[in-house]
Design a protein around this ligand. Structure first.
Ligand code: NAD
Length: 284
C-alpha cells in the first residue's frame, strides 16, 4: 500500500503559515494584494477564480476581481493590466487562462510586470526558471516540488520522468527537478515506448490530461507518483491522469485526485503573491 501524499493537508499547513507571515508583513507596512482577471463564463475558470478569492480571504490577502465579458477587446485587457501594474495595492496579477480566441494570450502575459507575474508565465520569469535564478515558480510545479519533498524522497540522482511538455506544467517541472540534480526525461505525445521510460522512473509526474492514462504496469515498484491531471468524466466524476487503483499497488507514495496537486496550486499562488508584495515593496 502506497503512502498517500495529501495535498489537501499540506496546502492547509502552508496557508496557515502564510496567514502568520501576512500578519507580520502588515505590521511592516507590506500589504499583499492579488488582482484576478477572468474573461467570459467558462465554468471551470469560474470555480478556480472563486477558490483563489477564498484562499486570499483566508490568508488576509486583499483581492480584486475583474470579470470581463467574452467580447472584451485585447486593448481593453492590456489597458487594465497597465493600470494594475501601476497600482500600489496590487502585488500580483493573474489572468485566468484560457482566453477567448480573439485575444492573444502571449500579448496579455507579456504586458504583466514580471515582478507582479505570480503565475510566472512571463518570458522573463520563464527564462529565470531556466537559469535557476528565479523569484516565482509556476504554481503547479512549485506545489509538486513541495509534495515530493514531503514524501521524504530526495530528488538528487533519481530517475525522474515527466509525462507532458506544456509550458505551465511539464517544462517547468522538468527544470525544477533538474535543478535538484534529478536525471530528467520528458515524455510527450510523440514519445515511443512510453512504458519503458515510465517503468524506469523513481519519480513519475503525469501531466497529460487523459483520464487514468498511467496504469500500474507502467509504474516502477517503489516509485513516487504525482498525478497532475484533472479530468471530468461523463458521469461527472473527477479523475486524474493516473489509474489510482493499479498504480497505488506499485508506488511507495502517490497523490490522489482530488486532494493532491490541485489544492497545492492555489497555496503556491498565495505564496507567490506574498513574495511579490515583499519584492515590490523592498526590491528584494
Ligand atoms: P496540455 O494539454 O497543455 O499538455 C498535455 C501534454 O501531454 C502534452 O505536452 C502532450 O505532448 C502530452 N501527451 C498527450 N498525449 C500523450 C500521450 N499519449 N503520451 C504521452 N504524452 C502525451 O496539458 P497541461 O496544461 O499540462 O495539463 C495536463 C493535465 O493537468 C490536465 O488534466 C490539466 O487539467 C491538469 N492540470 C492540473 C493543474 C492542477 O492544479 N492540478 C494545473 C494545470 C493543469
Amino acid at each position: 500500500m502506497a503512502k498517500i501524499i495529501s495535498g489537501k493537508e499540506v496546502s492547509e499547513e502552508i496557508k496557515e503559515q502564510l496567514k502568520g507571515e501576512v500578519e507580520e508583513l502588515k505590521k511592516q507596512g507590506i500589504f499583499p494584494g492579488l488582482a484576478v482577471i477572468i474573461v467570459g463564463d467558462d465554468p471551470a475558470s469560474r470555480v478556480y477564480v472563486n477558490n483563489k478569492k477564498k484562499a486570499c480571504e483566508r490568508i488576509g490577502i486583499y483581492s480584486e476581481e475583474y470579470a470581463l465579458s467574452a467580447d472584451v477587446s485585447e486593448d481593453e485587457i492590456l489597458s487594465l493590466i497597465d493600470e494594475l501594474n501601476r497600482k500600489d495595492s496590487i502585488s500580483g496579477i493573474l489572468v485566468q487562462l484560457p482566453l477567448p480566441k480573439h485575444i492573444s494570450e502571449k500579448n496579455v502575459i507579456e504586458r504583466i510586470n514580471p515582478k507582479k507575474d505570480v503565475d510566472a508565465f512571463h518570458p522573463v520569469n520563464v527564462g529565470k526558471i531556466m537559469t535557476g535564478d528565479y523569484d516565482f515558480v509556476p504554481c503547479t510545479p512549485a506545489g509538486i516540488m513541495e509534495l515530493i519533498d514531503r514524501s521524504g524522497v530526495l530528488v538528487e540522482g533519481k530517475e525522474c520522468v515527466v509525462i507532458g511538455r506544456s509550458n505551465i506544467v511539464g517544462k517547468p517541472m522538468a527544470m525544477l527537478l533538474l535543478h535538484r540534480n534529478g536525471t530528467v526525461t520528458v515524455c510527450h505525445s510523440r514519445t515511443k515506448n512510453l512504458r519503458e521510460k515510465t517503468k524506469n522512473a523513481d519519480i513519475l509526474v503525469a501531466a497529460v490530461g487523459k483520464p487514468n492514462f498511467v496504469t500500474g504496469d507502467m509504474v516502477k515498484e517503489g516509485a513516487v507518483v504525482i498525478d497532475v491531471g484533472i479530468n471530468r468524466l461523463e458521469n461527472k466524476k473527477l479523475v486524474g491522469d493516473v489509474d489510482f487503483e493499479t498504480a497505488e499497488k506499485k508506488a511507495a507514495a502517490i497523490t490522489p485526485v482530488p486532494g493532491g496537486v490541485g489544492p497545492m496550486t492555489i497555496a503556491m499562488l498565495m505564496k507567490n503573491t506574498v513574495k511579490a508584495a515583499v519584492i515590490n515593496k523592498t526590491g528584494r
